[in-house]
Design a protein around this ligand. Structure first.
Ligand SMILES: Nc1ncnc2c1ncn2[C@@H]1O[C@H](COP(=O)(O)OP(=O)(O)O)[C@@H](O)[C@H]1O
Ligand SMILES: [Mg+2]
Length: 319
């Protein structure tokens, strides 16, 4: 009997990979401004997909359309073949969870409590049960706490379980947002600039965390400005420019696409080399420029107002 050679496990795009998220012809208009113009995008099970594009390209607006915060002007969003109702709590219940570009934690609640809040869509115990506090409530509560602690272990925050969210350093607040999103037991996690404001070490740790999340069977769609992070991590990358999907493909293809270099990475960023030509070498120079810019905790951040720590209670809208 011959033993077929065993290949290294490739979690992404296995033959039984199925479409999870299917956004089709999504348009979002605000008065005269079309922030998202006819965008179609699929995320399959087992995939990590990146969404990149300059500030104002419509990335967050697209996430808001996917997660029910905005009702798209046109188009549909399906998850596992079912059209999602444009209501955030129903979207979460269906299996999509997200983090926000502007961190949204309950600042005056503990780290553990924030994760417990994220579990409420998955717990059956209702208000009445909570008021009566019968055996069912206590059992469910104990189970929720156990799962929340597991998620804090997973994200490296277990030792801070009893700290107030507001007292966490910025990078840990971002991790806590991820832990809270995972608490709804999603099949797809959407991350909006998860490394904004992080130092290089924290960024690398977040990369590992995203791989670990995928290894648990959760697909990921991630918006990020740090090109190194994106191209290391993603199976596929979609580029949004002025609300339109400019190109979509593997990291290698997208990194070398001249339209991406011109429209997103941009010739001025190529700095050192300034050949004026969009060669692959210029791409990586430009990419690392963008990456190092994104790694600075303040100052050169793409959107400084987005990097404020959570000192308010959760807001309703991501604007
Ligand atoms: N609620 C809103 N009302 C009006 N304009 C909006 C709203 N949300 C986003 N926009 C506009 O849509 C465009 C895309 O914004 P956004 O999705 O935040 O871009 P990105 O996340 O790619 O930086 C911007 O011009 C922004 O001002
Ligand atoms: Mg944004």
């Amino acid at each position: 009997m011959t033993t077929t050679s065993t290949q290294a496990p490739v979690p992404a795009q296995t033959p039984d990979s199925v479409p999870l998220l299917q956004a089709s012809g999504v348009i979002m208009r605000f008065g005269g401004l079309t922030a998202v113009q006819n965008v179609s995008l699929t995320v399959n099970s087992g995939e990590i997909v990146g969404l990149i594009g300059p500030n104002g390209a419509g990335k967050t607006t697209f996430f808001n359309c996917l997660t029910g915060l905005y009702v798209p002007t046109e188009g549909t969003v399906s998850y596992r073949g079912t059209v999602l109702p444009p209501k955030p709590h129903l979207v979460t219940k269906a299996g999509l969870a997200r983090t926000f570009q502007n961190i949204r934690l309950f600042a005056n609640m503990t780290v553990l409590e924030n994760v417990l809040v994220g579990r409420h869509t998955r717990t059956r115990e209702g208000l009445l049960s909570a008021l009566i506090r019968g055996p069912g409530y206590h059992k469910a509560e104990a189970k929720s706490r156990q799962r929340a602690m597991e998620l804090l272990e997973f994200t490296g925050l277990a030792e801070k379980a009893e700290h107030l969210a507001r007292n966490l350093p910025y990078g840990e607040q971002r991790k806590l947002e991820i832990a809270r999103a995972l608490a709804s037991e999603p099949g797809l996690l959407l991350l909006d600039e998860p490394t904004a404001g992080m130092n290089p070490q924290e960024t690398r740790a977040t990369e590992e965390l995203v791989f670990a999340i995928r290894d648990q069977g959760i697909a990921v769609l991630v918006i990020e400005h740090d090109m190194r992070f994106i191209f290391n991590l993603c199976d596929r990358v979609a580029v949004l420019v002025q609300g339109q999907l400019l190109v979509e493909g593997t990291s290698e293809v997208v990194q070398r696409d001249e339209r991406v270099i011109a429209a997103y990475l941009g010739e001025p960023i190529a700095g050192e080399g300034e050949t004026g030509e969009a060669q692959p070498a210029a791409t990586s120079a430009a990419a690392s420029e963008v990456a190092s810019a994104a790694e600075q905790p303040a100052g050169e951040q793409p959107a400084p107002d987005e990097a404020a720590p959570a000192d308010d209670e959760q807001q309703e809208n991501d604007r």
